[in-house]
Design a protein around this ligand. Structure first.
Ligand SMILES: C[S@@+](CC[C@H](N)C(=O)[O-])C[C@H]1O[C@@H](n2cnc3c(N)ncnc32)[C@H](O)[C@@H]1O
Ligand code: SF4
Length: 351
C-alpha cells in the first residue's frame, strides 16, 4: 500500500499522473491530506472513481487518541496517539504567549539509552514515517482547536537516528500548500549524533538545533548518555562550532539538572569554556523524575545559572509546563505499557 501523506507534492503529482489524472490533481490531494481528512471520501473535489482507486491502492494514516491529559494549571495537553499497527507515541501541546508549540515524537521508543529518560527503557521499536510525524501536528490541531505556530522535535526518539524521514517531514510541514510552518519556528533536538549534525550543517536549514548536553565532561556524560562513548564531548563541541560556522545559527544546549551528577560549579565553568567563540544558549531543565531511574532533581539550579551568567553565557531555567500531568517525555507511553502488561488496555507497545 502506498503512503500518500509521506509524499512530497511533486511525488504525489507524479503518482496521480501515472494513474491518468491531470497535473493539478496532485495539489488537490496534497491539500486534503494536509488538512487532516480522515477518509478519502472527504476529498469532495475528486471523482468517486478516483477516490475508490485511492482507497484500493493507498493508506491514509489517521491516529487514534489512546490517552489525553489536560493540565488544569496551564492548558498543556499531552496526547498518546495510537497508530495503525497498534504502536503508540506522545505529543504535547504547550501554550505560550507567543503561540502554540507542539512537541512531537520521531520514533517509537529510542535506542540511545540515556539513563534519565523514560523513552528508552524498552528500547526502540521502529522509526516513524514522515506522515506519522505530520499527523501529530495535524491531529493535535484538529483535536485541540489550537493553531500550531511552532514545532519541536523533542518527544520520544532520536531524530538523527531517523534523519531521512525527519528531513522529509520538515519539507512537508514547511510547504506553503500544507501547514506552512517556517523553519525558524522549528527546533530539532539531538543527544549528539555527530554525522546528523554535520548533515544538517551542510543543508543549512534555518531551524534551531538543540543539543542535549547534560554534562560538559566526557566522564560524567558517558555515564548518563551512552552516545558519548561513540561521539565524545570534545568531538561534539567541534561539530557544534562547525555547525555555527556553516549556518550562522545559534545552538541551544539542553541541560537537565541532576542532583550531585552534573550540577557542580566546575561543570558550569567547563560549559563556558567549551562555548567560547560561539553564541550558545543554555536551557537549564528541572529533571523530571522517572520511577525507573535513580536520579533526583538538582537543588543548585539558581547557583549553576549564576555561575554560567558570570562568564557571559545566556542561561535560562526552562519554565515547566504541564507539571500536574505526566509531563516527562515517554512517561505516558511507559504508564500505558505497564497498564497493558496488567491487561488493562489495548494499545500495542512491544517489539
Ligand atoms: C526525549 S528527548 C528527544 C530528543 C532527542 N532524542 C534528544 O535527546 O535530544 C528531548 C529532551 O528531553 C530530555 N529529557 C529526557 N528525559 C528527561 C528527564 N527525565 N527530565 C528532563 N529532561 C529529560 C532530553 O535530554 C532531551 O533534551
Ligand atoms: S534523551 Fe533523547 S536520545 Fe536519550 S534516550 Fe531519551 S529520547 Fe533517546
Amino acid at each position: 500500500m502506498i503512503d500518500l501523506k509521506s509524499m512530497t507534492l511533486e511525488e504525489l503529482s507524479g503518482f496521480l499522473r501515472s494513474m491518468g489524472e491531470p497535473a493539478f490533481r496532485g495539489r488537490q490531494v496534497f491539500t486534503w491530506l494536509h488538512k487532516g481528512v480522515s477518509s478519502f471520501d472527504e476529498m469532495s473535489n475528486l471523482s468517486k472513481a478516483l477516490r475508490e482507486k485511492l482507497k484500493e491502492q493507498c493508506i491514509l494514516t489517521v491516529p487514534r487518541v489512546a490517552k489525553k491529559q489536560v493540565s488544569a494549571r496551564d492548558g498543556t495537553i499531552k496526547y498518546l496517539w495510537q497508530m495503525a499497527d497498534g504502536n503508540c507515541v506522545e505529543s504535547v501541546l504547550m501554550r505560550y504567549h507567543h503561540g502554540n508549540t507542539v512537541c512531537i515524537s520521531s520514533q517509537v521508543g529510542c535506542r540511545m539509552g540515556c539513563a534519565f529518560c523514560a523513552s528508552t527503557i524498552a528500547g526502540k521499536v521502529r522509526n516513524l514515517t514522515p506522515a506519522e510525524m505530520l499527523d501529530q501536528v495535524l491531529f493535535t490541531q484538529q483535536d485541540s482547536g489550537a493553531e500550531v505556530s511552532n514545532i519541536v522535535l523533542m518527544g520520544i526518539g532520536e531524530p538523527m537516528d531517523n534523519l531521512d524521514n525527519v528531513l522529509r517531514f520538515l519539507e512537508l510541514v514547511n510547504h506553503p500548500d500544507g501547514i506552512n510552518i517556517g523553519m525558524r519556528h522549528i527546533s530539532l533536538s539531538t543527544c549528539g549524533v555527530i554525522p546528523g549534525i554535520a548533515r544538517l550543517a551542510e543543508l543549512g536549514l534555518q531551524l534551531t538545533l538543540s543539543i542535549s548536553l547534560h554534562a560538559p565532561d566526557s566522564e560524567t556524560r558517558s555515564k548518563i548518555m551512552p552516545v558519548n562513548r561513540a561521539y565524545d564531548v570534545e568531538a561534539l563541541f567541534a561539530a557544534c562550532h562547525e555547525y555555527f560556522r556553516k549556518t550562522g545559527r545559534r545552538i541551544s544546549f539542553e541541560y537537565a539538572m541532576i542532583d550531585g551528577v552534573n550540577d557542580h560549579d566546575w561543570q558550569a565553568d567547563l560549559i563556558a569554556k567549551r562555548l567560547r567563540g560561539m553564541p550558545g544558549h543554555v536551557n537549564l531543565i528541572p529533571l523530571n523524575e522517572v520511577t525507573e531511574s535513580p536520579f533526583r532533581p538538582s537543588r543548585r539550579m539558581a547557583a549553576f545559572q549564576k555561575q554560567l551568567e558570570a562568564q557571559g553565557i545566556t542561561a535560562t531555567v526552562r519554565r515547566s509546563l504541564g507539571g500536574d500531568i505526566d509531563a516527562s517525555c515517554g512517561q505516558l507511553r511507559r504508564r500505558a505499557m505497564e497498564e497493558e502488561k496488567k491487561g488493562e488496555q489495548g494499545c500495542k507497545f512491544g517489539v
